[in-house]
Ligand binder design. Sequence first.
Ligand SMILES: O=c1ccn([C@@H]2O[C@H](COP(=O)(O)O)[C@@H](O)[C@H]2O)c(=O)[nH]1
Length: 272
Amino acid sequence: MSPQELTEQIFKKKSFLCVGLDVDIDRIPTYLLSEDDPIFEFNKAIIDATHKFCVAYKPNIAFYEANGVEGWQALEKTINYLHHEYPEIYTIADAKRGDIGNTSRMYAKTFLKDLGFDSVTVAPYMGKDSVEPFLEFENRQAILLALTSNEGAFDFQTQEIDGEELYKKVLKTSKTWENSERLMYVVGATKAEYLKEIREIIPENFILVPGVGAQGGKLEDVCKYGMTKNVGLLVNSSRKIIYASESSNFAEIAGAKAEVLQQQMAEELSKL
Ligand SMILES: O=c1ccn([C@@H]2O[C@H](COP(=O)(O)O)[C@@H](O)[C@H]2O)c(=O)[nH]1
């Protein structure tokens, strides 16, 4: 999907919500454990109940890899289900990959070609040749970690080198790479006030913003500092939506949580 098509979906659905599919087998309703594929059944129920209120889903690959072959199969079934039932939905493989060029090329093939995700999250630390293989696919994007939501972001990302913070160097340098128009960036909602300066460097690119909900980030602050006239934001919430209830109507309650966020987003969009 192109960024333009994603923007059209955002205005159509009045939502820039991304629902995180971080399925922890120890947190799903126990009655699902007797199913052949409990992870997929959980995802399917969550997707059916929330798709009207969001424009994107972001399975975090760690939660699938932690369940071995069965986890990977559940991931494949989930992405196939989304492609088949809800092709208008944008998909993000939150895998945080990046390695020497020929290895990155394999990661890119896995997520962007074989599994057919629209995008994959990528760590910038190994530089240009580790990221460019992810930018070779038409209508696919790499989402580069710029300023993450966790406390450890202050260990390196905000440290100054030659008078400039490392995350700003990541933003500026990545703009010089081949096919850089296919880049999106991650900035944590817990660091929303940084978005003002970040927007001066990347005025147009989409920013994926995790950290609203369980990590305490505020949607209003994210919009205040990061929203552009074309929106340019995907705001993710995982645990607050998918684990809102452990009862048999967990999906319905997840849908209601997603709708609350969608309504707040509609309000923010009406200010544009
Ligand atoms: O800076 C980052 C980058 C990625 N994440 C991921 O987003 C979700 C957040 O989940 P919540 O339950 O809504 O807190 C999760 O998959 C993280 O690994 C992030 O939080 N911060």
